[in-house]
Design a protein around this ligand. Structure first.
Ligand code: SAM
Length: 197
């Protein structure tokens, strides 16, 4: 069984919610829409667990404008006075055109590229659990970029290209049901990564 190597060391963790490339119901590659709920709820989780940045990945101009409008409102005096906690959480949100742009942003900030770790309810060829990922990041002295899907999940190409494929969250369903909302999946992984379990 894997054990945490250095409890006091903690890699910097970043998260990306991917809206492209994503699978639709028929397995085709599509772009999904940004949602208000995902922006706010995942930002709060990321902020609570000390993640360094929450990237929202969409190449669509109109979607990027929508994201900027939402972030702009909460950055403004009106938004930040009305609900400072929400405004604080949203300060770590950043829109990017693609996953590579998130990787480049992290690399220029950290001086080293992140270990990219993908998540899926059904994961082909999983690499390990949360503790194994933390240990590898500590040994490699690299930050982590967690990828989460929308729609029907991340495409096979994104899963194959990731350095790390986390084991799915299995839950306790007798029927093997484990299709969580992305917001729940983010919260559970953040908690597990935070505890080094
Ligand atoms: N429309 C859905 C929603 O409202 O959240 C989006 C579904 S999307 C496929 C859910 C994403 O959450 C997946 O791509 C994956 O990143 C993550 N996820 C959901 N269930 C999971 C599980 N059991 N194990 C690991 N990741 C999971």
């Amino acid at each position: 069984m894997a054990t945490r190597i250095f409890m006091k060391e903690r890699p910097n963790i970043y998260l990306a919610l991917v809206h492209y490339p994503i699978k639709n119901k028929r397995g085709e590659e599509v772009t999904t829409s940004v949602t208000n709920l995902d922006i706010h709820d995942i930002a709060r989780t990321c902020k609570t667990y000390g993640l360094k940045r929450y990237f929202i990945v969409t190449p669509i101009e109109k979607q990027k404008e929508l994201l900027s409008r939402i972030l702009g409102h909460w950055e403004s005096d009106k938004g930040s006075i009305y609900n400072p906690d929400r405004s604080d959480a949203l300060s770590i949100v950043q829109g990017v055109d693609n996953i590579n742009q998130a990787i480049e942003t992290i690399t220029s900030k950290e001086g080293v590229s992140p270990l990219v770790a993908a998540t899926a309810a059904q994961m082909p060829d999983p690499s390990g659990k949360e503790i194994d990922l933390i240990n590898r990041a500590i040994l490699d002295k690299r930050p982590i970029l967690l990828l989460f899907g929308t729609g029907w999940g991340l495409t096979a190409t994104i899963l194959e290209r990731a350095h790390y494929r986390l084991f799915p969250l299995e839950g306790l369903s007798d029927e093997g049901y484990n299709h969580l909302s992305v917001r729940s999946a983010v919260a559970i992984y953040c908690d597990r990564l935070g505890q080094g379990l």
